[in-house]
Design a protein around this ligand. Structure first.
Ligand SMILES: [Zn+2]
Length: 241
């Protein structure tokens, strides 16, 4: 199979041996790829190699995994183009970056291209490098992940009985049902939580404020965790305290 050249951001990395690494990367045009980089950490007399880091961006050349073989593709070349070092400057930025990597890895399929999501991740990492407040850029990225997965919730009506949801009021929301549920349908739902009127309006209009951003981060994480089938690191991260 021919080698593929693309742009990529590292979502996971694992030391495989003294000299090798296994990586999960989001490529711009070839979706998520899981690659083994053999000898990538091997230093030479003139060059010290420390391997490839989480959330760095680069130009990648790889041989995709083929059916029947081990599911890892082979990393042939990596040229770092942007280390996003600013993300490591404060703990909130670093937690936010790790959370973005975590939900991206869980919510994208191998070899399923989402160039818009790649660009959203690049934008998030660029913003985090300079961000004082990380919650708003992170909310926008959660939204991009859910939209690209086709799982953005319906916030206009009860998704069970179709009754329109009134504007400017609090409502029940169900991650499992994928949207709002009215007071009549709510007792029959397996899970639901109440969303305040101000938070719901901000979500609908994409107008975030310091007063609503934390609650929105929480609601969207609840949705993502439901799809992923497990809690995310955001639950226990200082970003939520
Ligand atoms: Zn209903």
């Amino acid at each position: 199979m021919a080698a593929i050249k693309d742009h990529a951001i590292v979502l996971r990395h694992l030391d495989y041996s003294e000299t090798s690494q296994v990586l999960a990367v989001l490529t711009r045009d070839h979706g998520q790829q899981r690659l083994i980089g053999k000898g990538i950490k091997r230093s030479t007399r003139t060059r010290v190699s420390v391997g490839i880091d989480l959330l760095e961006q680069g130009e990648v050349v790889f041989l995709p995994s083929s059916r029947g073989e081990a599911r890892l593709g082979t990393l042939a070349e990596w040229h770092q183009t942007q280390p996003f070092l600013g993300i490591r400057a404060t703990l909130p930025r670093w937690y936010a970056g790790q959370y973005a990597a975590e939900i991206t890895a869980a919510m994208t399929e191998e070899a399923d291209p989402h160039p818009q999501l790649y660009e959203a991740l690049e934008r998030l990492l660029t913003r985090l490098c300079a961000a004082g407040e990380v919650a708003e850029p992170l909310v926008e990225y959660q939204r991009a992940v859910l939209e690209q997965a086709g799982l953005w919730p319906d916030l206009t009506r009860c998704v069970v009985c179709d009754r329109p949801a009134p504007q400017g009021r609090a409502a029940y929301y169900s991650a499992q049902q994928g949207g709002l549920i009215c007071r009549v349908c709510q007792p029959k739902a397996h899970e639901s939580r109440k969303i305040g009127a101000d938070v719901l309006t901000a979500l609908r209009e994409e107008r975030y404020s310091p007063q609503t951003t934390r609650s929105i981060l929480d609601v969207l994480d609840y949705t993502l965790a439901h799809v992923m089938g497990r809690q995310t690191s955001l639950r226990t991260s200082p970003l939520m305290t």
